[in-house]
Design a protein around this ligand. Structure first.
Ligand code: GAL
Length: 683
């Protein structure tokens, strides 16, 4: 897709819902004044505006939006214009009930909430196309328009008769019209499930078929493709009228209902909504998970900068307890996004609504109004900083290490029945390795099984349970050509229909790559860990572990408990020009940390920068810029190996860099010498 990238600066803004204030338009003028004071340069408008834009079928009322768009343009604020399909007007649901979603129970939802639509309904698709076309025609040449925000957080699925039919058609294509093929791949000989007609098949449901893993996988693949075709239907009129304007859809990080790795090629730009849970204290789990997810989002489009489309400027409202994050926490989290490749910091939302479900969700402008509020001041300060960080926009992260995170693999680890059904932990396992790399000062891309691995010196595959087509060959040739590959437990167990590989695991050539066979897999109940030794230290074995037979591999560590004490738990094998490590057990992270440091050393991969960071301080490199982020709960001092320009303070630094709690700095190496730690962080 071709488009013009409209943002040679960092975008600062967020969801702006002037339609909630249409009866008091003087609020709009106050908003413009406050946007300037908050250094906001972008507003995402119209996300849920359908009932105001088309109050009656086919009757469009754009007057209010014209005024808002004109005001934005006049005030130098760019508009990210949304398509409104995330929520529909009551008349639409009333007249065409087929647009409403049918839940697994088979019962059609009534009108209400949002994201409550059928993805297949021809009526809904048509109505969405019409309103999108009307918007695109009206604003195609408007000076404020910079990007399209398509719908809102695509999610969920529908089980209506139209969707069932579409699913069957999709299956017919996938299995080339051959029902016997489907019966084979779904292993329908088990429990007498062999179908004799396509009409007997329906979506997985609690009340119906929910025991066939291959059905569940195919359903998720189908739902992803329905979303993609729904998206394509949405953007057709946008692309026709405004081919230069990029389109995005706000994603939800590691949300598992849609394969974002399949959706991403259809987006011009990836954007996502990040709402980490920050408790009091260090919050390292949140910090690592958040960093991992940003890096995952960046990697969806091969490292292209992404947008942080939503975050809260202060508090959320939908959790059990909605604690105010510590002052500075939101800014620190924003810096983490930038460090990972974000070109924007955006919020939900600019002004708090007076009523409705989310009136207590944090916003830039509170019910109290005006600029004299702590949160507003924080946002304005961040806005000023983003202006100073403009040169960071568009720069890329260049990493030598990749972690394999694959949506289909995650689904597969979610749907099998066996091993440790209580602790599948796909995301958590990937984050564990990510945390270990971060502690070593090494950045990573987070890529799918089908990604090109040749540019990486090290690839870590924490949960390679399912091998998609070609993965075995790709991984083998990666190692043969000099790559270093690390596998966690449960490697290469099933092919893409969740059929087990015959002949033992890891599948096929991977046995030679790793030089081991996983002969059995044990699961450990909560609170009853086993033990393994590695490098003279003892580690807990938790939840799951493979029992290995080393063929050509060298044993680096062994189990020390249970009937398999003394057998291999950690191995390394030379294969072609490269090396393959197998870490056969799950551990709380201590083992992964130590092991990761050893592997990096062995591969000659040093930290990405010369900055030495104390515990819980992240050092992340993006282009020539180095972000130093203090996630610990105390003041910390990092060591600088050279002289750096401090972009936020505009001074030079060398020697030491002291950061308060939630403190951060963005540095760029200078050529000259001298300079002192003279800049006081204005937190
Ligand atoms: C997001 C959503 C927004 C808003 C926000 C705060 O997930 O896209 O519309 O609801 O959460 O809860």
């Amino acid at each position: 897709m071709k488009y013009r990238y409209p943002f040679p600066f960092l975008v600062h803004g967020g969801d702006y819902n002037p339609d909630q204030w249409v009866d008091t338009p003087e609020v709009w003028d106050e908003d413009m004044r406050l946007m300037k004071l908050a250094h906001i340069n972008s507003a995402t408008v119209g996300i849920f505006s359908w009932s105001l834009l088309e109050p009656r079928e086919g009757e469009y009322e754009f007057g209010w939006l014209d005024t808002v768009m004109d005001k934005l343009a006049a005030n130098g604020v760019s508009a990210i214009l949304a398509t409104p399909s995330g929520a529909r007007p009551p008349w639409l649901a009333e007249k065409y009930p087929e647009v409403l979603r049918v839940e697994e129970s088979g019962v059609r939802n009534e009108f209400g909430v949002r994201h409550n639509h059928c993805l297949t309904s021809p009526v809904y698709r048509e109505k969405v196309r019409h309103i999108n076309a009307a918007l695109a025609e009206r604003y195609r040449d408007h000076p404020a328009l910079t990007m399209w925000h398509v719908s809102n957080e695509y999610s969920g699925c529908c089980h209506c008769p139209l969707c069932q039919e579409a699913f069957r058609d999709w299956l017919k294509k996938r299995y080339h019209g051959d029902l016997e093929k489907l019966n084979f791949y779904w292993w329908n000989g088990f429990w007498s499930h062999r179908y004799t007609s396509w009409e007997q098949i329906s979506s997985p449901k609690f009340r119906g078929e929910n025991s066939v893993p291959a059905l569940k996988l195919d359903w998720r693949r189908f739902v992803t493709e329905q979303h993609i075709s729904f998206f394509e239907n949405e953007i057709a009129p946008l692309k026709a009228a405004t081919p230069d304007i990029p389109v995005t859809a706000n994603l939800m990080g590691t949300y598992d209902g849609i394969n974002y790795q399949a959706l991403a090629p259809h987006l011009d730009l990836v954007s996502w909504d990040s709402y980490p849970v920050w408790e009091q204290g260090e919050n390292m789990k949140s910090a690592y998970t958040c960093g991992f997810t940003h890096d995952l989002m960046r990697s969806l489009k091969d490292g292209q900068p992404f947008f942080l489309m939503e975050s809260t400027p202060s508090v959320v409202c939908g959790r059990g307890v909605n604690k105010l994050p510590a002052p500075g926490r939101q800014a620190l989290a924003s810096m983490l996004a930038l460090a990972a490749g974000a070109d924007s910091i955006q919020y939900f939302q600019f002004r708090k609504g007076r009523g409705g479900a989310e009136k207590f969700h944090g916003a830039v402008v509170d019910h109290g109004g005006g600029e004299n509020a702590r949160v507003f001041r924080q946002v304005a300060k961040l806005g000023r900083e983003l202006e100073r960080l403009a040169p960071v926009a568009g720069t890329r992260c260049d990493n030598r290490v990749a972690i394999l995170y694959d949506w289909e693999n995650r689904w597969a680890t979610d749907v099998y029945c066996g091993y440790n059904n209580d602790r599948r932990d796909y995301v958590e396992e990937c984050v564990k390795w990510y945390a270990a790399l971060t502690e070593c000062g090494v950045g990573a891309d987070i890529v799918s099984e089908t990604a090109d691995l040749s540019k990486y010196r090290l690839v870590i595959a924490p949960c390679l349970y399912m091998l998609l087509k070609g993965a075995e060959e790709r991984l083998a040739s990666y190692v043969k050509n000099g790559g270093r590959l690390v596998s966690g437990y449960l490697c290469g167990v099933v092919e893409e229909h969740d059929l087990c590989f015959m002949g033992g695991v890891p599948a096929g050539e991977l046995k030679n790559v790793f030089g081991v066979r996983a002969t059995e897999t044990d699961a450990l109940p909560a609170g009853m860990p086993g033990k393994a030794g590695y490098n003279g230290r003892e580690y807990a074995v938790e939840h799951v572990c493979d029992l290995l037979q080393a063929d050509t591999a060298t044993v680096l560590g062994s189990y020390q408990s249970d009937f398999y004490a003394g057998t291999p738990a950690v191995t390394v094998n030379t294969y072609g020009e490269g090396k393959a490590y197998y870490a056969a057990f799950r551990n709380d992270g201590g083992f992964v940390r130590d092991f990761c440091a050893d592997i990096l050393k062995d591969a000659g991969i040093g930290p990405d920068t010369g900055i030495t960071a104390p515990e819980n301080v992240f050092v992340k490199k993006r282009g020539d810029y180095i972000f130093v982020l203090n996630f610990s709960d105390r003041e910390q001092t990092a060591g600088l190996d050279a002289e750096y320009e401090d972009l936020l303070c505009g001074t030079r630094r060398s020697g030491k860099l002291t950061l308060p709690v939630c403190g951060y700095a963005v540095l760029k190496k200078t050529d000259s010498t001298g300079g002192h730690d003279v800049c006081k962080m204005d937190q």
